[in-house]
Ligand binder design. Structure first.
Ligand SMILES: [Ca+2]
Ligand SMILES: [Ca+2]
Ligand SMILES: [Ca+2]
Length: 480
């Protein structure tokens, strides 16, 4: 820190007074003499500037971080008293006053973590000297209070908010979010700067990011600023609703390609892209945004796309698999050419769309493939099934009079995951596909009472259909 003194305020003040008495010219002469003795107006000097991040870091619960040292002096040819104070209660300053005749005083800056919760914090440190022309000098001090032993940052168990966890997370960490409707500051407009997987505790029916955005106060859910070349990371198992944004979407990916899995996007609004928006720098993004088993319902964009809007993302921009889109404004998908970046691509497979504007491989239309949600008006996007549908509120299975065509209609190459038996040996489309809440496969009768070895799809027979699944998955190894 030492050796780099804050010259910015000095320059500004000098410019302001230079015209009055030719002070500027006089100073040039004095400085060029280089006598090493300070003349003129007294001035606070620090070995720290607002352009250097003063960081305090601790990784254990209740343990204060090591202090950092800051030199403070008052230059000006006399002896002056200075004092320092914090604009918060956790920042400690020792000593917090002194006198300087141009000599530097050493000050220890620290944090009392008993006054804060784990997470990221910032506090202004204010140095004052009444006679100084640059009084007061204010510098921000950052505190990273990371408490974690296992790489899983629990919200709110260990960190009060998702943002607090994200502020101290490292690449490869998991932020685990407890069930509930998360509507408060710190749980929306969350900026992710590290390749950290954000996961709900028990899926999208129980973990809701309620953005509560409107024209007056815009809010998004997550803004990914992880950067190019970062390792893989994911956003998994959330319902994200009621975002309202002008330039972004419910999830905005700035030069950043997360995997977005098992999420439900409901009633999000964005002027230039509603649910997911990709964009930012066009170079160096080698990882596309991978959107797998997501459900999009009732999202609306005026000038962009309601589901995925890509701008200048370079490379293969977005890949959708096993998704269901219904009741969104047109267009649902859109790419925008950007100078120098070319036109980004969106690749959609094994998904249900509501118009044929973007029909690709193995996609189907809502018109001939009505997804049969349990109760879309009430926000229940489990698929109807005669063999079994999970009732999240009651914690039990029920059956319907019809079975959704989205059951067992996902990519045969996608893992079936934790889908309960009978699962058809094939993943379902939509947000519950591949999870323990996936609707069961119906084969014209009640599920068989005993599981027969070799009956992969669960239709109670061992036949060629099972053999086909076996062949398709032959030698696939999903060992973590
Ligand atoms: Ca932990
Ligand atoms: Ca299935
Ligand atoms: Ca079978």
């Amino acid at each position: 820190m030492a050796g780099d003194y804050d010259a910015s305020t000095r320059t500004a003040k000098r410019t302001a007074t230079a015209g009055v008495i030719g002070w500027g010219l006089a100073m040039v002469v004095l400085w060029s003499v280089g006598a090493g003795v300070a003349f003129g107006d007294p001035e606070i000097r620090l070995s720290l500037s607002q352009y250097q991040r003063a960081q305090l870091v601790t990784t254990e619960l209740g343990v204060n971080p090591a202090t950092i040292l800051v030199n403070v002096a008052v230059m000006g040819g006399g002896t002056y008293a200075w004092s320092a104070r914090a604009e918060c209660d956790w920042l400690t300053i020792d000593p917090n006053s002194g006198t300087s005749s141009g000599n530097f005083n050493l000050v220890h800056i620290g944090a009392d973590v008993s006054k804060v919760q784990p997470g990221g914090h910032v506090c202004n440190l204010v140095y004052e000297c009444e006679e100084a022309i640059n009084n007061p000098v204010v510098v921000p001090v950052y505190l990273y209070y990371r408490y974690d032993a296992d790489g899983v940052l629990s919200v709110p168990g260990e960190y009060p908010t998702i943002q607090a966890a994200a502020d101290t997370a490292r690449n490869g960490d998991v932020i685990l979010v407890a069930d509930g409707v998360h509507a408060s500051e710190g749980n929306r407009d969350v900026v992710l700067r590290t390749a950290t997987t954000l996961r709900s505790q028990s899926g999208p029916s129980r973990c809701i990011i309620e953005c509560q955005g409107d024209e007056e106060t815009t809010h998004q859910a997550f803004i990914c600023q992880v950067g190019a070349g970062s390792q893989e990371y994911a956003i998994e198992g959330f319902t994200i609703r009621n975002a309202f944004s002008i330039s972004g979407g419910a999830i905005t990916c700035l030069a950043s390609g997360p995997s977005i899995r098992n999420c439900i996007f409901v009633n999000n609004y964005g002027l230039n892209g509603a649910a997911i928006k990709g964009g930012g720098a066009c170079a160096g993004v080698e990882v596309p945004i991978q959107i797998t088993n997501c459900t999009f319902y009732g999202n609306y964009s005026e000038a962009g796309a309601s589901v995925v809007n890509m701008e200048g993302h370079g490379y293969d921009a977005a890949m959708l698999r096993n998704c269901i889109m219904k009741g969104n404004s047109e267009p649902q998908l859109r790419t925008w050419p950007v100078a120098k970046c070319g036109i980004p691509t969106i690749d959609v497979r094994y998904s249900v769309l509501q118009s044929d504007w973007w029909m690709g491989e193995n996609n189907r239309l809502v018109a001939d493939c009505e997804p049969l949600f349990a109760d879309e008006g009430a926000g229940d996007f489990h698929l109807k099934s005669q063999a079994g549908r999970w009732l999240s509120d009651e914690g039990r299975w029920t059956t319907d009079e019809a079975t959704s065509p989205c059951v067992d209609a996902g990519d045969p190459g996608s893992p079936v995951g934790r889908e309960p038996f009978p699962n058809g040996g094939r993943v379902n489309m939509g947000a519950y596909g591949g999870t323990a809440e996936a609707s069961k496969s119906y084969f014209g009768g009640p599920p068989c009472e005993t599981i027969v070895a070799g009956d992969i799809n669960g239709d109670c027979r061992v036949d060629f259909a099972d053999f086909c699944i076996l062949v398709q998955q032959w030698c696939v190894d999903n060992t973590p």
